[in-house]
Design a protein around this ligand. Sequence first.
Ligand code: DC
Length: 226
Amino acid sequence: MIIAIDGPAGAGKSTVAKILAKRLGFLYIDTGAMYRALTLKALNKNLDFKDEAKIIETAKNSVIELRQEAGTDNLIVLLDGEDVTLEIRHPRVTEFVSIVAKIPQVREVMVQLQRRLGLNKDAVLEGRDIGTVVFPEAQIKFYLDASKEERALRRYKELKDKGQEISLEDTAANIAYRDATDSTRHCAPLRKAADALYIDTTHMSIQEVVETLYAQVIKHGYSTHS
Ligand code: DC
C-alpha cells in the first residue's frame, strides 16, 4: 500500500508522515530530502544555478539514499555515501531548492528513484507531486494545508529549536517564495490530486492530524494486524 502526502512547506507533512509510517510499520520516504541533497551538492560544487545542464548532470551522477537509523525514528540522508541529514536543512539549501526542483530532467531522476524505493512496499511518501505524478495509483492520498501565517510560524519554531538563527519574517518570505515557485512551475507543480483528501491543519495539533489520517487508512480496509 502506498500512502501519498502532499502539500506546501510547513503544512506538517514530515512530522505527520513519520509518525503515521511508524504506527503502521510502513517505510517513510521524504522526497523533499532528495531535492535538498542535490541542492547541497550543487552549492558545495559552486555550481551556477542557471546552468541547468550541469545540475542535471550532477543529478544523474549522484547517489542519494534514505536510511532509517537503527532504534530511532530518524531518517538518515546519504549523499554519495556521506551523511548530510543536518546540512540539507541549512537555510542556504532551503533558499535554492525550489530552483533545482523545477528542472524537469532533475525531477525525472528523482521520480525514478522514488518509484524504485516505494515499489512493492508499504510506504508513506511525502512531497509535492506524490499523488499526482510519482504514485498516481496510490491507494490513499492526502493533501495537507494550513494558513501561510501558521506554516511560517511552525517552520520558524522548528528552525529555532534546531538552533538556527533566522527571523520569522525571513522564514515567511522563504515559504511564500517556495509556495509560488513550487506551484507555478511547468513540470509537476504542487497541486492536490483530484482523489486526495484535503485537510486544513491550521487549527489542528499534530496528534489530531495523525489520528485523522490513521482513521482514513483503517477506513480503507488496512489493518495493522494484516
Ligand atoms: O518538503 P521540503 O520542504 O523538504 O522540500 C524541499 C523542496 O523540494 C520544495 O520546496 C519543493 C521540492 N520538492 C518537490 O518539488 N517535489 C517533491 N516531491 C518534494 C519536494
